[in-house]
Design a protein around this ligand. Structure first.
Ligand code: ADP
Length: 349
């Protein structure tokens, strides 16, 4: 049954494949299968190698029933957990029947599906909360507060805020999907980053003044050294989000510092870079949050974010845009002292 031709077919398969003979012993396997199940198992009884009951059951059925089977296999290792879709098929050979077991790694597909489901659940929840409040107040205005001018005014104010929250959320979702669809195209327009930031700061100054925050900036370098290929609208959004967060979470009466520096040599790009630091001296957060901070809807303090009108999407959008620019977004924070969000962009051509 097991010929040179069979071995070379198995070797050319990109998926992990194991061939089991009628005596239930492993006849052959390819390199991906060795990686999955370990080397030097050819000749052993398959039960001692493929220990998972669902798979053993499928092989048993295929051995006796001659019918192809489908099942799943989980591989747990120190680095990662993987899920495989497994096909168990009886195959005819020169000297009798054998069973071909093929493992298809579906970990990424399953993870993507899970993320999509989580995302839909989150969006639904985020929209439902203000919507419930809006509908509740409409009912109150029709009933109990119908003739109470003062209450009506107050409720309309709340309804306006909730409506604005939904509007912000929808705008952020649209930005996110726009950024995602442009992610593969690299931006090319050459822009002076210092000028872009100064105009972003001017747009945000009224918001800063409302909460008594002073925006300061310092520029090191000039001209060509501060120029980077970018998508100016998208980068404006990144710096708006970062500066707005620094204003929101930086504490009233505080300062937000923005430093723009030309770096002749940045290790991350093996070349020149423009570095932008947005620094606040506010509440900060435990650095353990940093790896998850750019996930959609991840918030250190959900209540506080909502109270400040946050959508939980600002940093996710920023991260996507910086990735599209092949740049880096770095985050540092010390609870009680403040945070620094750094964007690095490759400068030059
Ligand atoms: P949000 O709309 O909630 O501000 P972001 O994606 O912009 O969403 O930020 C995610 C979370 O990161 C925020 O909810 C907040 O907990 C935290 N965060 C962001 N920037 C700062 C900052 N400058 N200081 C403290 N916490 C911050």
């Amino acid at each position: 049954m097991f010929t040179q031709a069979t071995a070379s077919i198995l070797a050319s398969m990109p998926l992990a494949c194991v061939l089991i003979g009628q005596d239930a012993r492993i006849l052959s396997m390819n390199a991906p299968a060795e990686e999955l199940l370990g080397a030097n198992v050819v000749g052993r009884h398959h039960v001692t190698v493929l220990r998972q009951p669902a798979l053993l059951e499928a092989i048993e059925q295929a051995l006796h029933g001659d019918i192809p089977q489908k099942t799943r296999y989980n591989s747990l290792s120190e680095e990662s957990d993987s899920v495989y879709r497994v096909t168990v098929s009886p195959v005819a050979g020169e000297t009798g029947e054998a069973i071909l077991v093929v493992f298809e790694d579906v970990t990424d597909v399953e993870r993507a599906g899970e993320m999509r489901r989580d995302f839909v659940a989150n969006v639904t929840h985020e929209l439902k909360t203000p919507l419930t409040a809006l509908l509740g107040f409409v009912e109150t205005l029709r009933g109990a507060a119908r003739d109470d001018a003062e209450a009506r005014d107050r409720f309309l104010g709340i309804m306006e805020r909730e409506g604005e929250r939904m509007n912000r959320l929808i705008n952020d979702l649209l930005s996110l999907s726009r950024v995602e669809s442009s992610e593969r195209r690299r931006p090319t327009e050459r822009v002076r980053i210092d000028e872009l930031i100064i105009s972003t700061m001017s747009a945000l100054r009224p918001l800063a003044e409302q909460v008594g925050v002073t925006l300061r900036h310092r520029i090191e370098g000039d001209g060509e050294d501060l120029t980077a290929p970018c998508d100016p609208d998208q980068l404006t959004q990144v710096f708006s989000n970062l500066i707005e967060n620094a204003i929101k979470y930086g504490g009233t009466g505080e300062i937000v510092d923005i430093r723009i520096t030309a770096q002749p040599r940045e290790i991350a790009f093996r070349g020149p870079a423009v570095r932008v630091d947005v620094i606040d001296y506010g509440e900060g957060f435990d650095p353990l949050h940093i790896p998850r901070l750019t996930e959609r809807f991840y918030r250190v303090d959900a209540h506080r974010s909502r109270e400040k009108g946050g959508t939980g999407l600002g940093l996710a959008i920023a991260k996507h845009i910086v990735n599209r620019h092949r740049g880096r977004l770095r985050i540092e924070s010390t609870p009680g002292e403040g945070s620094m969000f750094t964007v690095l962009l490759a400068a030059g051509a």
